[in-house]
Design a protein around this ligand. Structure first.
Ligand SMILES: [Fe+2]
Ligand SMILES: [Fe+2]
Length: 250
């Protein structure tokens, strides 16, 4: 990813910080009791996952940007974290308005946070992108299980933001991995694939009521997650060539 691509991402995130996606006024905001029971624990876990000050990521990005003299990277990451915090705030407001209890702790969230703290920028982004790719499949399912317009629009807006996040992060990962030798790159890709599949299986087992409510079976959910992964991280054909051309070393 060269300075030109970084500038495009910077413009994107600056634009979104100025004009965030909003829900229109006048949407219905009724969450039925059966819907509330179905989603309460699950949405609380995802709300917790969106909530982060991003200190570890900022530190890793700052270190990396300074060492490699990468322009705009730190600012892009700052804006991306701010967008995540906005997701957390919107979900929190929705939950509070509908008396859905917030979670302060969740074992899956704790594992993700510990893993992200382990090492530098590449590992952090590798873990984060898994959560976001699977999160996109989840938010679409959450949207499908409710008739509450406010929640449906909120899920749609989060997915739209996240599509840009995974676009940027996948490009960033390709560039970071371009710095490894071919063997190291292959091993990293293999380990990442295993981590992704394991995470998707854990999300299925811990959120299956919502996912089943949206019509998923374990197999269809894992297939949808894998399709997201392949599209962003294992592109083929023209897409692969364009990724290749963007992933020169820093
Ligand atoms: Fe988010
Ligand atoms: Fe995100």
């Amino acid at each position: 990813m060269g300075a030109g691509e970084l500038e495009i991402w910077l413009n994107h995130f600056e634009q979104h910080a100025l004009h965030p996606r909003c829900a229109h006024h006048g949407l219905s905001d009724v969450l039925r009791t059966d819907e509330r029971e179905l989603i309460a624990s699950s949405i609380a876990t995802f709300q917790l996952g969106e909530q982060s000050e991003g200190r570890t990521l900022l530190r890793a990005a700052e270190r990396f940007a300074r060492q490699k003299q990468v322009p705009h990277l730190l600012r892009i990451i700052e804006l991306l974290i701010r967008e995540e915090q906005r997701h957390a705030a919107l979900l929190r407001a929705f939950m509070q308005d509908h008396q859905v209890p917030l979670k302060k702790i969740d074992w899956t969230d704790r594992i993700f946070r510990r893993l992200r703290r382990l090492a530098g920028l590449e590992l952090y982004v590798s873990v984060l992108i898994c959560a976001e790719l699977i999160g996109n499949v989840y938010y679409r399912a959450l949207e499908a299980v409710t008739d509450c317009e406010r929640l449906r629009v909120l899920c749609g807006n989060i997915v739209s933001d996240e599509l840009a996040h995974v676009g940027f992060e996948s490009q960033l990962l390709f560039t970071l991995r371009a710095g490894h030798a071919a063997r190291g790159r292959a091993l990293t890709r293999h380990a990442h694939r295993i981590f992704f599949a394991t995470t998707a299986a854990v999300v299925w087992s811990t959120h299956r009521s919502v996912l089943r409510g949206a019509g998923h079976s374990g197999r269809s959910f894992l297939r949808a997650c894998r399709a997201q992964y392949a599209f962003y991280l294992e592109p083929t054909g023209v897409l692969a060539n364009s990724r290749e051309s963007l992933s020169h070393k820093w």
